[in-house]
Design a protein around this ligand. Sequence first.
Ligand SMILES: Nc1nc2c(ncn2[C@@H]2O[C@H](COP(=O)(O)OP(=O)(O)O)[C@@H](O)[C@H]2O)c(=O)[nH]1
Ligand SMILES: [Mg+2]
Length: 454
Amino acid sequence: MVPTHSSLTSAPGTQSPGHKQGDHIQRARVSIKQVLKQVESLPLPLQAELQTELGILSGLDLKLNQRLLQIAAFGFVSRGKSAVLNALFAEPIFPVGPLNGETQWPRSVRWSPGVTDQEIKLPLQIELIDTPGLDEIEGQGRAQMAQEIAHTADLILFIVAGPPTSLEWEALKDLRQAGRPLLVVVNKADLYPELDAAKIYDRLPDQALRKILAPQDILLTSAAPTPVEVRVEWPDGRTTTDWESLPANINSLKTTLLNLIHQEGGFLVALNTLLQAQRVEREIANQVQRYHSQASKTCIWQYARLKAALIAVCPLGFIDIGVNIFADLLLIGTLVKLYQLPTHRHQVNQLWGKMLISLLGLVLVEVSGYLFFDITDVLAVGLFSWMSTGILQGCVGLYGSIQVGKQTQTYLVTGCTWGPLGPSTMARNILDDLKSPMILYRLRQELFEKLNKL
Ligand SMILES: Nc1nc2c(ncn2[C@@H]2O[C@H](COP(=O)(O)OP(=O)(O)O)[C@@H](O)[C@H]2O)c(=O)[nH]1
Ligand SMILES: [Mg+2]
């Protein structure tokens, strides 16, 4: 049997999916609040430059507070995107028409499905977003708009009319880059009586799409079926013809959406918000780095020169090694204080690795210096040898400190989202909680890889 989105149950003794979802939304809020607080501790001129990022973070906080799940409809022109959303909304809220360009700009509306069943009482608010046809917007603008909305949306409905064309599969592959769960809505099913969702799935041209789509993610709908001609026979014997409009048939889509929202809507909202927060925090860290670039360069050079000078003049190897360790630790501490970004264990090994290499380089020079000094001492050129060894030790110390300083910058910028309350850590916790056959579970591996890349 093909698992459906509704076949999820929590094992006895474990937390119910509803509870977990609520917890993740709360934790995501804490994480975003922490990033906002962190920005408040930055120098005022820098805060003034971060207004866009602050605006996005406040928007994300609001989204979590409202528990708002955003569902965006994408597809080529005239496939029935607006009609499908209207049918879900049960009112003609978005303009529908046979002409191109009825929907010029993305538009959104809050959707409260009339759910009476207590079992599937929705824990979230839902927003439906209508978009212009992917083939209606010109070139670069189209790709950019699609990616922007796709990155904001928590769930994407890709709407086609009848069997998808190869161009539509290509467009779907592009949308897939956003890393959001997808449902393929095959609309205008009334015009294609032979349509079969399983056959459409079998014809999926791309392995990457097959990885994230399951057969149950392909849904047939007739959002605005073509009226049918009916013959009316009057009591007086006259016969006339009339056009009768048929009701929309979007039951499979509605049921799938409601079950999906109930079973994993909270995960979708929390995860998407955290992924956006992660990108914003990363951008903030980049700006912090740019703001402090001169000060950090000066700091690295000062420590490196001081360390090099001390190592060069000090004749005792064990003191050189002590100075090396102490100066590198001091440099790291000063940079951490300067950047005021949260520190964490993520990638810290690479930093210790650089420190170790800096130390080993010096030890190597110390040891070879002693050997060389002993031999040349016998040859009575000791003073020259001692000086040149000192200079070499100083150079190695200088180089080591510059490397440690650079690695500290990378460590602070690339990993600031990995603190205990950081968006990356929180997002990873959500990924750990996903179970098959959740729609998000299919994206799990890919999202793990994306997270770890940052
Ligand atoms: N036969 C049929 N026509 C539909 C269906 N859904 C939408 N349409 C028609 O397709 C045309 C384009 O619909 P619209 O929602 O504006 O498409 P959009 O450009 O993708 O938003 C309109 O004339 C609709 O009446 C459907 O399920 N069956
Ligand atoms: Mg439209």
